[in-house]
Design a protein around this ligand. Structure first.
Ligand code: 5GP
Length: 133
């Protein structure tokens, strides 16, 4: 399957690449939450986490760790959000797995727009039992 990221990985669409190897490519996001916002992209277009082999996923998270360390060193950020939007229901726009590494600054005022649900009595234990691995 071809995606905007397969074209970027192949160099068919211009991007600002900050790292690449045989499993992944890291680029700067064109629409950053903060400047330096990076995307660790698998070279092969696995659409989501469930389809991505574990060795590739493990490698990508190790590269994300290096990216966040570099962001702290160079940008002076105080933390980061490291996230995968996993399938369209989560808001994933590009169906090709990628890890966002978003630099964050103390008191930068950004908040995720999520709301929270509440468990009724006993419900948390039920969910725990169902989700137990
Ligand atoms: P998603 O919602 O799929 O997790 O995030 C996709 C991300 O890819 C978005 O943050 C978006 O700004 C970024 N993006 C989409 N198209 C391009 C592109 O052509 N170049 C770059 N550098 N980033 C892109």
């Amino acid at each position: 399957m071809e995606t905007v990221f397969t074209k970027i990985c192949a160099g068919e669409i211009p991007s600002t690449k900050i790292y690449e190897d045989d499993m992944c490519v890291v680029i700067l996001d064109i629409n950053p939450i903060h400047k330096g916002h990076s995307l660790v992209i698998s070279r092969n277009p696995y659409p989501s986490m469930g389809k991505c082999p574990e060795d590739v996923l493990s490698h990508m998270i190790c590269i994300a760790k290096k990216v966040e360390a570099k962001q702290r060193e160079v940008l002076g950020c105080d933390g980061s959000n490291i996230l995968i939007n996993n399938d369209p229901a989560s808001g994933q726009e590009v169906p090709h797995i990628h890890i966002h590494v978003i630099p964050r600054y103390q008191n930068d005022g950004l908040k995720f727009g999520f709301t929270h649900e509440k468990y009724t009595d006993g419900q948390m234990a039920d969910f725990g039992a169902k989700l137990h691995l």
